[in-house]
Design a protein around this ligand. Structure first.
Ligand code: FMN
Length: 329
């Protein structure tokens, strides 16, 4: 009843557990599978983290330069590569579970994107999720160039691997519509809307900058819902809702707007892995009540292309406010 295709992969339901610390550990991933996760996205392989770890190891090894010969015997692979650890772990995860394992990757340099994407495929990943998490601070950079660069890297990844390629993007683009269309034309299999950037905070008493660990809730999923609703039927690629998908109701809304599936993270941290089953049950109960036999019976039913409201997903609330004089002080 809940079966779906996701990046061309067969999933038992549309509920995927997104990249997080929960998906950085084989035992936890096994438990997520037992609780009904249809697929998982592994914690990202971060190029910058790999570089830092490798440098740290080299520094530590350099302390023993004077016993270089013995060190060589002790550690024949003294040129340790932290990426190998990650790839080994992906491989072990694949052996341990039968659900698809989607490997998340976040790089800075073009060569690293391509090399690691290939290695993740070789380690057994069923698909790649490019985690395009970065701000561009260079004032001299032309935004179109930045976007072209990202699309070109994705095109190259697509040529380098034989598994599906998806991308998780932030909501901060001048035109989400244009960018997602470019991704679609580039043959990217799916887009995850949206990455949740960790927001900065400030402690005004201590006068220090804070980096808080913030979980989301349903009140945060409006942007994802808007863009899934606007893009559904306009692009061929899969649209995946992420950020603030907390309940079965949120999941149903995203599917009605046209989502292929959802990724959940915060709700699992907050409510436990049982939440996957709770959301699934809410969805099946609702489908039975509405007499839907499959997701295809209602997916996208309320996307912008399928509803007769020119303001849907755009300015409906605003127009209503203007017409009704709501929210007057
Ligand atoms: C503890 C934690 C670790 C995360 N690690 C990653 C990561 O490695 N790669 C990534 O792309 N996103 C990562 N994320 C972001 C989530 O995958 C997700 O995009 C975000 O939390 C929004 O979904 P949510 O509203 O369901 O939490 C992390 C989130 C949390 C809370």
């Amino acid at each position: 009843m809940l079966k779906t295709k996701y990046l061309g992969l067969d999933l038992r339901s549309p509920i995927v557990v997104g990249a997080s610390e929960m998906t950085a550990n084989v035992e936890k991933i096994k438990r997520l599978e037992d609780h009904g996760a249809a697929a998982i996205v592994t914690k990202s392989l971060f190029e910058e983290e790999i570089l830092l770890k490798n440098n740290k190891w080299r520094e530590e090894l350099a302390q023993y330069d004077y016993i270089d010969a013995e060190m060589g015997q002790l550690f024949p692979n003294a040129d340790i590569d932290a990426a190998k650890e990650h790839l080994y772990w992906i491989n072990k995860t694949k052996e341990a579970v039968s659900i698809p394992v989607i490997a998340s990757l976040n790089c800075v340099n073009r060569e690293a994107w391509l090399e690691y994407a290939k290695e993740l495929e070789e380690a057994g990943a069923d698909a790649i999720e490019a985690n395009m998490y970065s701000y561009s601070f260079g004032v001299t950079k032309n935004p179109a160039e930045i976007e072209d660069k990202r699309v070109n890297i994705l095109k190259e990844i697509k040529k380098t691997v034989n598994i599906p390629v998806s991308v998780k993007i932030s909501p901060h683009y001048t035109s989400i519509f244009t960018f997602v269309n470019l991704l679609d034309q580039a043959g990217i299999d799916g887009v995850i809307l949206f990455h949740r950037l960790f927001n900065p905070d400030i402690d005004i008493e201590k006068e220090v900058e804070l980096a808080r660990f913030q979980l989301t809730d349903s009140s945060r999923n409006g942007s994802s819902l808007r863009w899934i609703g606007l893009l559904s039927g306009k692009v061929g690629m899969d649209l995946v809702a992420n950020t603030g998908v907390e309940t079965g109701q949120d999941l149903i809304k995203m599917l009605l707007a046209g989502a292929t599936g959802v990724q959940v993270v915060s709700t699992i941290y907050r409510n436990g892995m049982e939440q996957i089953g709770v959301m699934e049950k809410e969805l099946t109960d609702w489908m039975e009540r509405k007499e839907y036999a499959s997701l295809e019976d209602f997916r996208g039913k309320l996307s912008k292309v399928n509803i007769n409201n020119p303001w849907a997903y755009e300015r409906t609330q605003y127009i209503k406010m203007l017409l009704k004089g709501e929210y007057e002080v």
